[in-house]
Design a binder for this molecule. Sequence first.
Ligand code: ZN
Length: 678
Amino acid sequence: MNRNPLFRSTQTELPLFSDIQPQHILPALDAMLGENREKISELLEEDCCDWLHLMQPMEVLEERLSRLWGPVNHLNAVCDSDELRPVYRQGLMNLTAYRTGLAQNEALFSAIRALHDSPPFQALNHERKQVLRHALRDLRLGGAELPPKKKMRFKEIQMRLSELGAQFEQHILDATRAFDLHLEHERDLVGVPLSIRDAASERARAKGREGWLFTLDAPSYIPFMQYAENRGLRRKMYTAYVTRASDGAQDNTPLIVEILKLKQEAAQLLGYHNYGEVSLATKMAGEPSEVIGFLRDLARRGKPHAQKEVADLEAFSAAELDLETLEAWDVAFAAEHLRRKLFHFSQEDLKPYFPEQQVLAGLFAVTQKLYGIRIRERESVPVWHPDVRFFDIFDDSGERIAGFYLDSYVRPHKRGGAWMDECIIRWRRPDCTLQLPVAYLVCNFDAPVRGRPALWTHEEVITLFHEFGHGLHHMLTQVETLDVSGIRGAPWDAVELPSQFMENFCWERDALDLFARHFETGEKLPDALFDRMRAAKTFHSGIQMLRQVELALFDFLLHTAFDPEGKQSVQDLLDTVRAEVAVLKPPSFNRFQNSFSHIFAGGYAAGYYSYKWAEVLSADAFSAFEEAGIFDPETATALRREVLSVGGSRDIMEAFIAFRGRKPTVDALLRHSGLEDL
Ligand code: ZN
């Protein structure tokens, strides 16, 4: 085992990415799971309940395991292959079985509870106290306290729910794949930009067909709906999109009902009234009424703006696009035309000002100005692809405090989107040495072409800043206890605070001046272009706000105020929410909920509100910088000290108040979105 590079990776400074092969994975994982199981049962036999003899050894086992599985999980996302896929799936099953076993381990639960309730608890530092509180809470939510019969039922429900979630997702994938729009005549493409046509013709060629092929995947669907002049084809695409997984073998309707029933049953087994309460048990928001009140308040404030935006859009469509009535399949198209008319620029116009090297240098300059940290590239680190780079972070005293990988470019066999993930967690080891945090930052941006540097859109620059914000949360932590270090243990509805906070700098002249320069002429982003970009920032933000509130309120009411066995159907509830909130009413055949995988297959059930909740926090945090100056060192130091460095070790409301001097208010979010009271 000692020669297995994956096993060795748990002890080296960084994972040995150049050596890890799929055949190393299962032997290393299974050996470690076996060892862990053995050590845990030895621990629990000893009947010794203090931190040193129970939690610390558990921490060591958990850390080793995350060092072993982390790189596998990462490779699965960035270097998918036929050899890796089955191994990954098998490994994931073995790991899930191990974790379920732990969650239901009564001896472990009793030992942790005994420690939590014993006098030595009071002597622990606040990080360790928090870890114990979270551990107990999560074991309870995992059903550890239930009597045997109920525990069995609870486990059954969990297994069935994970199966249903996977099926739900599979149906959407299959339904998405089952449809394509094949066009053979150029006249059907009127309005569609050249780059989008090229991609569509490439898609057709890959399938051995002539002409152009459009699918329901976002990069194909969205531009088609924005640009295609042919209204009948837009309607066809829209109809296919919003009815995915709503009939035949791929119908998600019965799955939704079963998922809701099972969640309700699981919540009641745990002693809660509904699943919404279960969701909030680990979040910043307190009572369900607080979330519902928050969403309704946003709806009320956003509505007059949204109504005006819709009225303007309708008037514009009738006058200039010859659309008597604005149908659901016209909205994106009309909005794109109006946006171009009002602001005269596109993302393409901004790209020359955002070449890769300058954007990175600018990002690093912004964080250096804020936190005094310096970032330097390190060569010859083992990586999973030659394009991947590694950077070290140094404190203002010159001491190395963290590191991160940056994998920027889109490539085949790499999952789409952008994300930050933990590679190594900041942690004080039992031998008292300090392990420094390392992050993965992954994006899918254009690579350089033929000697020209990679040019990124403003949206991509925002994405990079966003992910780097998550990265700073992970890397600037001062916590030394594993389970509350960095983003660990931070509540889901607050975890987007550091990331969304960083986005704000991409809209500030003083920050952009640090890096936004034309890649050929070196000219600064012209004022006229900057002004148009700023003006367009809040275009249709009322409509967007209400759409987010509609989804969040539907999700939350579905898990708190809806009886899946009752008379009202899911569709009825959605219609009621729309009657209350929506300004754009979709046609009656719309079955959007059948592809709402965030809440039926992801982790967002009774949690979709988190996006807006965290945005209140991030906007309010940034408003402190607007008041003091966007690079004000004292404000930045306070943010770092009170929020970024404490990870999940501190109550987030308490942390926010310590930074801001008061509770968060919604004002800054409304102002940034251009949604102040009319
Ligand atoms: Zn994020």
